[in-house]
Design a binder for this molecule. Structure first.
Ligand SMILES: [Cu+2]
Length: 151
């Protein structure tokens, strides 16, 4: 049983090291979301492969069940409307649709009022424009989106 437990721990550490919420390094990108369903920053630039640390604060006051925000970076070529349509029915997974899992380059959990969520990830290696958005129902359509430009 000890051997099994250790194997699980190593796997968990490797998973954490590969992306989300482990390393505190990376260039800090601070975002806020508000009760008007907007990010304060809608354009981010990065070098190919640059390590970024996104911090998203929900600056609003409405209850989390009605107004939460996240940051999801989509792979190039992903249709954001199709993604958010699928997300709207994925409340059980924090409005992250399982069928789009391989299209998500980075994501944070949902932030309720006053909460801050974070994600550390490498910018894509391929130059281009990558959409980021909030997948809480209705927020993308209200304009809660932006573009990460890799160049
Ligand atoms: Cu939102």
């Amino acid at each position: 049983m000890m051997t099994f437990g250790r194997a699980v721990l190593v796997t968990a550490l490797m998973a954490a090291g590969s992306g989300v919420a482990f390393a505190q390094t990376g260039r800090l990108v601070e975002l806020t979301g508000n009760d008007l369903m907007k990010y304060n920053v809608t354009a981010i630039s990065a070098k190919p492969g640059e390590l970024l640390h996104v911090k998203l604060k929900n600056a609003g006051t409405l209850p989390k069940v009605a107004m939460a925000h996240n940051f999801i970076l989509l792979a190039k070529g992903t249709d954001p409307a199709a993604f958010t349509n699928a997300a709207a029915t994925a409340s059980a997974t924090g409005y992250v649709p399982a069928q789009f899992k391989e299209k998500i380059l980075a994501s944070t959990p949902l932030a309720g009022p006053g909460e801050t969520v974070e994600a550390t990830f490498k910018a894509p290696a391929a130059p281009g424009e990558y959409v980021f958005l909030c997948s809480f129902p209705g927020h993308f359509l209200s304009g809660m989106k932006g573009v990460l430009t890799v160049k």
